[in-house]
Design a protein around this ligand. Sequence first.
Ligand code: NAD
Length: 362
Amino acid sequence: MKILVTGGAGFIGSAVIRHIIENTQDSVINLDKLTYAGNLESLEGVANSNRYSFEQVDICDSAELKRVFAEHQPDAIMHLAAESHVDRSIDGPAAFIETNIVGTYTLLEAARAYWNGLAKDGKENKKANFRFHHISTDEVYGDLEGPEDLFTEETSYNPSSPYSASKASSDHLVRAWLRTYGFPTIITNCSNNYGPYHFPEKLIPLVILNALEGKDLPIYGKGNQIRDWLYVEDHARALYKVVTEGLVGETYNIGGHNEKQNIQVVQTICELLEELVPANKNSKASGSSQGFEGLITYVKDRPGHDIRYAIDATKIEKELNWTPQETFESGMKKTVKWYLNNSKWATRVQDGSYQRERLGEK
Ligand code: NAD
């Protein structure tokens, strides 16, 4: 198969591409605009493969999308390109409306025109097997009320932030293209991911890197928000299963059965760091008598902050035989070790050189 992955230079998209190149015989076209969140250095291990190619394209640019489809003739699309950071969506929602809604619409239309053209070219089989896999989030469902409640594929949409509202809108567009045009779509809604190559503005990498620098570890409100954490490589495996074995028209929820309060996540990171690089031996973090945990500081909560998300992943487990391989403990240990062993990647993101060099600046 030739799979076109949008947003392949991002956190999850790069994990998907690494998974496909390293574990299958399929080819990948990585289509990415390279916003601040796109980093080709996350693909260094696979970029030399003759089954990998890169197109720097904005999903809002229909002429460029048309060219890419005509040139590469993909068998499937995995659509991950998005603006993805909730805090940024509160400060500046416009880019979220543009990429997540208008961009998804533009991509759907370009993909549909290409798909329709396959029959005219006598490629009926390729048309019948074509898939548009839209990757979305559990945040479209909003907050859970009861402590035992779980999001299922039937849960009503109730998004709280500009980010989740824009993702919910894109999910609705994708379903409408299936229903109205018979366009073969599949949707997945996943819980919070963590793991290698995660951009340091997000909670887990931010806390690891701040702790190593002896900086404050900021926690929103009381830190009692609950998220269901999934190791990114488990998500990548699930997504590949869905695009290759999932049924057209279906939605699959993906989650890790790892509900943790944000404060528990931060305490776990502190404990792992104490074990791997003890604070009293780490000059930058040694200022605090309580080790890394002493760096925790509580900051004003994010407006509209949802309290609890949790996924019921029974459907994908039963129908596609997928289960996560990592527990929260094993995945967190791998993640902390990865940041300890890959300080160059993180430093180049933090000091902006990953972006400046690609723009030809010093
Ligand atoms: P990310 O921010 O790390 O990466 C997004 C990628 O999209 C970047 O490489 C960026 O350059 C690219 N991009 C942005 N705008 C674009 C445009 N207009 N045209 C082309 N490319 C563009 O995001 P992520 O965390 O990897 O998330 C990927 C997808 O998975 C998103 O759709 C997100 O909503 C969804 N998701 C994320 C999580 C999570 O925990 N990170 C959980 C569930 C679902």
